[in-house]
Ligand binder design. Sequence first.
Ligand code: NAD
Length: 326
Amino acid sequence: DAKVVLITGCSSGIGLSLAVRLASDPQKAFKVYATMRNLSKKERLLESVKGLHKDTLDILQMDVTSQQSILEATARIVEKRIDILVCNAGVGLMGPLEVQSLESMRKILEVNLLGTIQTIQAFLPDMKARGKGHILVTGSTGGLHGLPFNEVYCASKFAVEGACESLAILLQHFNIHVSLIECGPVNTDFLANLQKAEVGDVCQNLDKQTLALYEKYLQHCDSVFQNSAQDTEDIVKVFQDAIQSPNPAFRYFTSDVVPPLTKLKVTEPDGSRMTKRTTPIFFRAMLEMSDTHSLKFLRGSTKRTSSNPRRNFINLVAPITTRKVE
Ligand code: NAD
């Protein structure tokens, strides 16, 4: 029997790629319910599957912030069960904290945190009753360590970590696996879709120092996405590994080393290196960012420079932490 998969946020990016890949499985091992908030955006997904997958793909409307919409989608699942739930829908919010409106902050938390939890709530009773299931959540390195000018986004993704970790402890008693797929920068519409404070616009009343740091951060961000973002295909492979594993891990990293800033939390739990020594990474001007060490630093290198992960970590950290803090 094909495994029934439901994915949220499939109109673009990681959700779209994952839906296409699973629906194209040559063994037809999956029946995919690709859900999206706005069905008028389904063309991209339909073009990607080229009409070949009528029996393995269904597209449903689902806004993760609306319980009604989740219930209506659930009612349209022919098999009356979901084996694999992928909570992927998410949005970003970037800019100095003092310019963010309560409304925009609420929206991020509603989609990223409550949307994820609400979706899980909808499918949990049935998975528990059947004593099986796999819940996968698109996590972010921004849910594992702080990123300046992303306070609310990070708060939402940290919160998702807490919710998933708590659930994972309980759900092992029901043979339900929970897996977080922790992504660094990925080439998707994420940057275009995120709510970003524009320098010349909302930042008019901002103090000069914050504005200067924000401009540097935006350059850093562009540079990181241009030079070291992964493709959705890389992320989809990690999802596939997790989905196919008989004993899935709780956390998967999409590049082959744990991001160094995440490691710093474990190796130096007082947080002083994390807060003070990261300034040169986030706030250096664009030209200085040509240093590939620091570009790879944030998400971890895709290629190991040494077979010893500890050595590799030192290689990555050393050139940055010895630099003078501006
Ligand atoms: P994306 O913007 O292409 O995809 C996000 C999808 O979520 C969109 O299709 C959007 O329409 C959908 N969405 C937003 N609000 C929704 C709602 N209320 N209900 C249903 N769907 C909704 O970007 P992406 O990179 O593919 O993002 C997917 C996930 O990956 C997000 O959770 C994001 O936080 C996470 N992530 C992305 C990156 C990155 O650099 N792209 C890095 C780490 C984590």
